[in-house]
Every structure is written in C-alpha cells, then in structure tokens.
Design a binder for this molecule. Structure first.
Ligand SMILES: [Zn+2]
Ligand SMILES: [Zn+2]
Length: 247
C-alpha cells in the first residue's frame, strides 16, 4: 500500500509573509485525496510542485476567511478549462459554506458562475464534534478558537492506519492536547512570535506545550512575519511551501 503523503502547498499567513503561499495542504492516502483548505494561491502552488488538481476527491475547509477559501473559484476554473472534471467535488466546511463559496464564485467570475458547472458540487456542513467522511477518510471537527459564528474548525483526520490533526487558525485550546494523542502528524498554525492573541497561536505558547502534544511529528505552519524573522530561535519544525511529509 502506498504511504500517506501530505504536501504543504501553502504555509504562509494571510499576508503571504516571506513570499509564502496561503493555506493549502494535500493529503494523498490509499483512501483518497483530500485538499485541506484552499487559499487563493492554490493554482500557483499546484503548478509549482507539478501536482494535478484532478485526483482531489474532496475539499475540507477549516473556516471561511479568504486565505483559506478564496482559491475555490480558481480551482473551479481549473476543472472547467484546464483539467476538465465531470465527477462531483465534495466541499466540507463550517455552516454557511455553500452560500459563501457561491458568493465568492459569482463575485470573481460572474459570467462563468452564471452557467451550470460541468461537475456537481456537493456541500456538506460540519460542526464541532461532528464526523463526516471525505475523500475516503474520516473527519472529526473540533472548535478552533478563531471565528465564533460560524465556528472555525480544527480537524482530526483519520485513515485506516494514520491520523493527522490540523489546528486551522486557532488560539490556544486544551483540545489540541487531547486531539493530538496518537497522531502521526500535527499541523499547527503559528502566526506570531511576540504577539499574543486569543485567536491565533504564537511560538512561545506552542513551545511551552510541545511536550504535552501526543503527535509523532509536529510541524508549524501559517507562519507570520514575526516567526520568520526569529526562525533562528525556533527549535520546532517549521514547514516550507512544498514540504512533503510521509506518514
Ligand atoms: Zn483565519
Ligand atoms: Zn489564516
């Protein structure tokens, strides 16, 4: 069986600090292919790393901020004009996801959005503590400390013999400690270094809790300018665009 591979397509924050692309990760597993968040730089990321959008079975969205969802209209264009798609695309996200994605598509490509897509979109709303199947894997959501309504989500994503935990964008929550037990990979946002916010994580807070997380590998992502400027003081693994982790 092929190993499960996670490609970090976009490891920057909403400001593209350090020239990094915005949030997107592809999880390719024997169970299927899942795109985790879809920042507006998605096509640049896929093209730069020689990846096709065709195998993606489902898109999983942690929350509805632009740096995590605004790539979807471009992904739709890719499926219409560049890599024609006929099979349905499942999009799983917080309540309101369908309306938000449709509004985005209409605002960005009104002409294209006016006609039917050549493939079906299947929207599924997911709330904290709910479980759904996506791209052949099991997704269990938990509340991220970020947007309150609709709730931002973190995810516990499980295949037959692997588990990944993703914070999405989130401030500190003890749930991160519980969720990461026995995880193979913990993809942890780290927006700040000296700035402490309720709605994002900073390096000192992650470092102070690093021994409590139960994941075999912890990778910092969503890296902001403060963290990049002090990278020499960071002794946890920092992601870069194009990083591939095999579980
Ligand atoms: Zn956000
Ligand atoms: Zn973000």
């Amino acid at each position: 069986m092929k190993p499960t591979r996670v490609t970090f397509l976009g490891t920057g924050d909403a400001y593209c600090a350090g020239g990094r692309h915005m949030a997107a990760y592809v999880i390719e597993s024997p169970e299927g292919s899942l795109l985790l968040d879809c920042g507006p730089t998605i096509l640049a990321s896929l093209n730069r790393h020689g990846l096709s959008a065709a195998p993606i079975d489902a898109v999983l969205l942690s929350h509805l901020h632009g740096d995590h969802v605004a790539g979807l209209p471009f992904l739709f264009l890719q499926y219409i004009y560049v890599e024609p798609r006929v099979r349905p695309l499942r999009i799983i996200g917080p309540p309101g996801v369908e309306e938000r994605v449709n509004v985005l598509f209409r605002a960005m490509y009104a002409d294209t959005a006016a006609g039917p897509l050549p493939f079906a979109l299947e929207f599924i709303e997911i709330r904290p503590q709910e479980t759904h199947r996506a791209g052949g894997v099991q997704v269990n959501a938990f509340r991220a400390i970020h947007q309150i309504e609709p709730p931002s989500l973190g995810f516990e994503i499980k295949g037959s013999d692997w588990k990944i935990v993703y914070t999405g964008d989130s401030g500190w929550t003890e749930e991160l400690v519980e969720r990461t037990q026995n995880a193979d990979l913990f993809i942890c946002e780290c927006s700040f270094f000296e700035t402490r916010m309720e709605t994002h994580l900073d390096y000192p807070r992650i470092k102070a809790n690093a021994g409590r997380f139960g994941a075999r590998r912890l990778v910092l992502t969503h890296l902001g300018q403060e963290v990049l400027a002090r990278a020499g003081e960071v002794d946890l693994e920092m992601a870069h665009d194009g990083l591939v982790v095999e579980l």
